[in-house]
Structure formats: structure tokens, C-alpha cells
Design a protein around this ligand. Sequence first.
Ligand SMILES: *Cc1c(COP(=O)(O)O)cnc(C)c1O
Length: 395
Amino acid sequence: MSHIETQAVHAGDRKKLGDYIPVTTPIFGATTFYYEKLGQLERVFAREVEGQGYTRYGNPTAAAFEEQVAALEGGDIAVSTASGMAALELALMIALTDRRRKVVAADVLFGQTYLLLQHVFEPAGVEARFVDPCNLAAFEALVAEEKPGCVLIEAVSNPLLRVPQVDRIAEIAHAHGALLIVDSTFTTPALLRPLELGADIVFHSATKYLAGHADVLGGVTVAREEHRELLTALVRTLGPNLGPFECYLAMRGVKTLPLRMRRQCDNARLVAEALGADKRVEHVHYPGLISHPDRETVRRIFVDGRAGAMVSFEIRDAGREEVFRYINALEMVLRTLSLGDVHSLVSYPTISSHRNLSPKHRARLGIGDNLLRLSVGIEAADDIIGDLLQALDAV
Ligand SMILES: *Cc1c(COP(=O)(O)O)cnc(C)c1O
């Protein structure tokens, strides 16, 4: 089962139930599990035998989904959570236990990640400092100066799709006694295996590519054996668990993740090329294009050099009004939040993910009012491209 396509279909399933084995793991809605003799339950509590007692401590559907994701990531333990944000919180908590309560994080982060650090962790005594992870010299200098307990990066930044060198960053973090946490939501194990590149903890918003169908809110945190005890204990006491219904849907989604990802990456490359060839488009940001500053990193560390399924682009001479006209003229591509779904969707960072920044701050990050972000779906590439180009007539 070494190939991800095979693991995605088989890992986690086919646990024996009495005399028979369900081909796919059922939804175990039960919160409590019954044994014929109390001594059996006692042995489960004592962890002398594997078993279930109460769903916050473990649930067979959740266990199956967790085993599946751990296999794909090459991790020893995965825990499913009610959202990607809960997965991040767990990752930070295990990284900072017994380490300096300081974080060095990427300067461009998912909005709520930044807010979690600033508004939840800082008041609790965890200082956060920010730096560009694609500038290794600046990154190393700050880590050396701050000696943080952990370093936090995103595998691909939003919305300019910069790709830090995870392996080099892991080396820098470890040289200064820090753990590395990677938000791999944009990449998934179909494109990147951060643990194999030296990262210590990986987390996902499973809401995005892992589940992939815009019908599950969930997250997952993956780590190595050394973190098993702490991670398990935190889940038991904090209770961030993903419910069995959602675990079932997410697991079903992951079975087709490698297929979807391949198709979405192929579509994204075609979309990036088609947009780049149109004079009405000023610039296309796609890590697979020769014009992208991190294309070499992608070629070096991404699986098969596939560059992901997110594409950002700038419409020439467009402001807010023109962008609204463009987005409203789209007939198939959905104007909606989120990403990683089977359908293509467009978002406008100026009014959504980066809304709370001042125009000056956005400009400093390179996010102009003419920038749009696409999450490319599995539809026919011609239909996606046709829709994206026809809407340019409305600008
Ligand atoms: C969506 C997202 C999150 C948060 O995940 P939720 O499932 O919405 O809680 C974190 N990081 C990235 C990169 C995301 O896109």
C-alpha cells in the first residue's frame, strides 16, 4: 500500500465487527459502547486492550478517518477535529507544551490563524513574531534571535501562492530548538508530505480539499509517535472532536482525493496558461508557471512537481467596480468562499480574506484591488476557461 492512490481507497477501513467486515466503515452514531462484563470496559479504560468507551475518547468512524489521513501523510497519529481552526489550536498546544511560549510565523497567513495568534494565544502569554518564510536569510535571523518554541508556516500562501522550502525551514527550526508546524490545507498529502520533509506537525482544514465537496466542516492534525500521548490527552480534555457523520463524509471524500487533485492541478495549469495568454489579464500567479518565483521549490518538493489547483490573477486596469462586474458576469464559476471543492470558485481577497487590512497594508503584501483568487475544480477545463474569458467582456 505504498502509493497514495491505493492508501486513499483502503487505509482505515475493514475492521472486523463480530463475524463480518463492512467494506466501508459505517457511521457509528453511538456515544457510548456497551460490554457484556464490566471488566471488559475496565480493560479498555486501562488501555490494556483496544476498544471504545465514550466517543470523546474515541469513535470507530473517527478512528477510520484518522488512520486514513495518517497513512497518507506518513504520520503515526492523526486526530480529527470539528474544524481546521481546532486542528491548528491542537497543533500549537502540543508544540508549545514544554517549550518556549513563543511562535515565529509566516507574515502572510490565513486570516483566522493570524487572529488566533494575536487574540487568543498572545493574551495567554504566547508571543508571536512574523516574517516572510520565502526569505530564508530573514527567517533564520528571526528564529535565531527569538528562539521560539515553534515555527508556523502555510505550505502555500494566500492569495499570492508563494511556496516556502519546507525542508530548509525544518532544518532552521530544529537548529534553534523549535518544532515546525505546517498548514498543508492548500497542498494535501497528494502534493506535499511535510513530515517526510522534516516538519513535526501537519494540520489541515479538511473542509477544503480532503473532504472536497463543500459539505463537511472539519480538520485533522497529524504528528509523530512522540506526540501521541499529549495529543490524545488534549482531545480527551478539550473535546474538539469531529462527529462521526462528518468523519464518514470526509473519509469518503479522501478516497478520491488523489484523483481529484490530479485533475484539479491539470485544470489549474490550463487555466493559468489561458489567462496568461489574454491581454486583458495583467498577471497570473501560479506556482507552476515559469514567471513564478517559487517554481523551483515546487519542482523540488511537490509530488510530481504538480503546482496545486489555486490560481490568482490580476485584471488589467481594473478596480473594485470592474472586478464586481467581472465576477457577476461569471456563469458557471461560483462566487463564493472556501476552496478545494469539486466545483470551480472565485473569491475577491479585497472584500473577503483580506478585508480587514488597510488598502496600504494590502498593497504592501502585493494584493491589489484587481486581484482575484480561483480554486479550480474538476469540471472540463474548456468550460472553466470559457467562462473565465467570456466574463472579461463585461469589464
Ligand atoms: C479554511 C482554512 C483554515 C481554517 O479551516 P476551517 O475548517 O475553516 O476551520 C485554515 N487554514 C487555511 C489555509 C484554510 O484555507
